[in-house]
Design a protein around this ligand. Structure first.
Ligand SMILES: NC(=O)c1ccc[n+]([C@@H]2O[C@H](COP(=O)([O-])OP(=O)(O)OC[C@H]3O[C@@H](n4cnc5c(N)ncnc54)[C@H](O)[C@@H]3O)[C@@H](O)[C@H]2O)c1
Length: 252
């Protein structure tokens, strides 16, 4: 069943302390969703929770946060378990937790590659495994996975990052087919550069590439909510100086 109304919906957002995750959480909360923020950055998480609460003080929807390292299967299981104990359901899971690093392949170590795969891809996988039982019981729910344009194109100096984002693309495409007719939807998001802390990190490959972000996190969040209500499979967001140009495929 497509999630067309976010009022009273229960949403779990990883990477909710910053950037696209935070903006999506705020947009959902504004539309009446109960939002559970998860992030490894505990201080950022508290600030995000406070900011969302202050933004909509009279609202009836809740916001809470659970410190979570998405590389830990146990912590993700606990995150989803706590959400179900509190709200009895999970309607939406948005996986935004991620890191972006890179550089010349000669210098890109196995441990850096492994760490990025654990966060960007395995974090996504753990969320599916942990939330799926509740969604299957409900016979409804929706997953939104953050890939990237780097999950559609190969970019020099971003070999590892591209690999993690292509992994999300393959995984989500297969998952959507597997969940066909279960009432559970999957949307994969492929944004170009977005103005968030990620692209300003020191020694980040994005710095080497001299990236100019033309999308804002709020624009991406608005497009994500729209894509969920339309059960879109693929949301590709290319930059446009006026507003992000949505080149999403319309395959369902
Ligand atoms: N910013 C861009 O240009 C851009 C473009 C395309 C896709 N993306 C993707 O969007 C997602 C969100 O990125 P963003 O730009 O909002 O970045 P961001 O740095 O603002 O937010 C990422 C969040 O993930 C959290 N995080 C990192 N490791 C974690 C872990 N192990 N467990 C839990 N949380 C963890 C960070 O603490 C941070 O709050 C990422 O997957 C990123 O790859 C970003």
């Amino acid at each position: 069943m497509t999630l067309t109304n976010f009022a009273e919906a229960v949403a779990v957002i990883t990477g909710g302390a910053s950037g696209i995750g935070f903006a999506t959480a705020q947009a959902l909360h504004n539309r009446g969703a109960h939002v559970v923020l998860a992030d490894i950055n505990q201080q950022g998480l508290q600030q995000a929770e406070e900011q969302i609460r202050q933004h909509n003080p009279g609202g009836s929807s809740n916001v809470s946060s659970i410190p979570t390292d998405v590389t830990s299967e146990q912590q993700i299981q606990a995150l989803m378990r706590q959400t179900v104990e509190t709200y009895r359901r999970i309607d939406l899971v948005v996986t935004c937790a991620g890191i972006g690093s890179g550089g010349p392949i000669d210098l890109f170590t196995a441990s850096e590659m492994q760490r990025m795969m654990n966060i960007n891809f395995m974090g996504t996988y753990h969320c599916v495994q942990a939330a799926l039982p509740a969604m299957r019981r409900q016979q409804s729910g929706h997953f939104v996975f953050l890939s990237s344009v780097a999950g559609k194109l190969g970019a020099p100096l971003l070999t590892g990052y591209c690999a993690t984002k292509w992994a999300i693309r393959g995984f989500s495409s297969a998952l959507r087919a597997e969940l066909h007719c279960t009432g559970i939807g999957v949307t994969t998001v492929y944004p170009a550069w977005v103005e968030t802390p990620m692209i300003h990190q020191e020694e980040n490959a994005m710095q080497l590439l001299n990236v100019h972000a033309l999308l804002t996190a709020d624009q991406v969040a608005a497009e994500i909510l729209q894509a969920v209500t339309e059960d879109q499979r693929d949301l590709t967001l290319a930059p446009n100086p006026d507003y992000c140009h949505n080149t999403q495929d319309h395959e369902r």
